[in-house]
Design a protein around this ligand. Structure first.
Ligand SMILES: [Zn+2]
Length: 285
């Protein structure tokens, strides 16, 4: 199974979407497609997202981009509550092609942002959608608001041939994952990763290397996947954050990847970046 939500190949047409007439022409195109989003759910059937033509009177329509065949894709909020497929299930059960799963992630992040940003955070005035949905503008105070993406660092730490993984009490039994946390203002990616691992497990990390990234639309994160090299190995657990954190040797970690660990321990779902980071961390010498 491949990482989920990374397959979006839409051309977002960032140079054209500020032209409202151009966006409207896309919406009227006979091959235009609308994705319906309700919370973390959308519609899927027969191995594909269910789309329809974008209605002209919808309160909120966001332009997503054009696919390889030139078809424009849009998204809108939906009040449908039946037959919704959660984005996690679409990923876990491989229910739609990777590209469509990526499109659904883009749609979900954008629609959720719009649903919560109807008013200007500067003056409280009602703002309006421009640039095909990539900006909201407040006519009262002139402020522009842009869709947010929240960077999260997630890191597998190595010490010799062992790797550090932890688990939160709320997680499914036996699941261990890479340590993670939100990047804070004024921090580099490397500093945030070192801080999180020190706070949660008491481990000092030296070298930090970027490995991969993954959009995580719950609601709008970007997981920045890292591999770090520990300078210390004595764990001091922050039990408000983690229920457990420990070093796993290579043989154990390999069993956790393919879910053959004798104690039923496992290293996250394969569609999530932590699984891939564990695999990468074990590959290197
Ligand atoms: Zn304002």
């Amino acid at each position: 199974m491949a990482l989920a939500y990374i397959g979006n190949r839409l051309d977002r047409c960032a140079n054209q979407r500020s032209d409202a007439a151009w966006v409207e022409a896309q919406r009227r195109a006979p091959d235009a497609k609308m994705v319906h989003i309700n919370g973390e759910g959308t519609l899927a059937a027969g191995g594909h997202l269910v789309t329809d033509r974008p209605a002209g009177d919808a309160a909120l329509v966001v332009f997503l981009g054009r696919d390889a065949a030139g078809a424009p894709w849009f998204a809108c909020p939906s009040t449908l509550t039946e037959n919704l497929a959660p984005l996690r299930s679409l990923a876990m059960e491989n229910l739609v092609p990777a590209e469509e799963l990526g499109i659904a992630a883009q749609a979900r992040a954008l629609i959720q942002w719009h649903e919560r940003r109807g008013f200007c955070s500067n003056c409280g005035g009602r703002n309006r959608v421009v640039d095909g949905g990539y900006r909201r503008h407040c006519d009262s105070c002139g402020m522009d608001h842009f869709p947010r993406t929240d960077p999260v660092i997630i890191m597998v730490v190595r010490h010799g041939s062992r790797i550090l993984l932890g688990r939160q009490a709320a997680w499914t039994a036996g699941m261990y994952s890479a340590l993670a946390g939100f990047l804070e203002p004024g921090e580099t990616i490397e500093d945030a990763a070192r801080r999180e691992v020190l706070e949660e497990a008491g481990i000092t990390v030296g070298t930090v290397r970027y490995a991969a990234s993954q959009p995580w639309p719950f609601p709008s994160s970007l997981m920045i996947g890292l591999i770090g090299e520990a300078l210390t190995d004595r764990i001091s657990l922050d039990d408000k954050e983690l229920e457990d954190a420990r070093w796993f040797d290579r043989a154990e970690a390999l069993m956790m990847l393919d879910r053959t660990h004798p104690q039923g321990l496992w290293a996250t779902n394969p569609y999530a970046i932590a699984h891939e980071l564990v695999r990468l961390a074990l590959q290197e010498d």
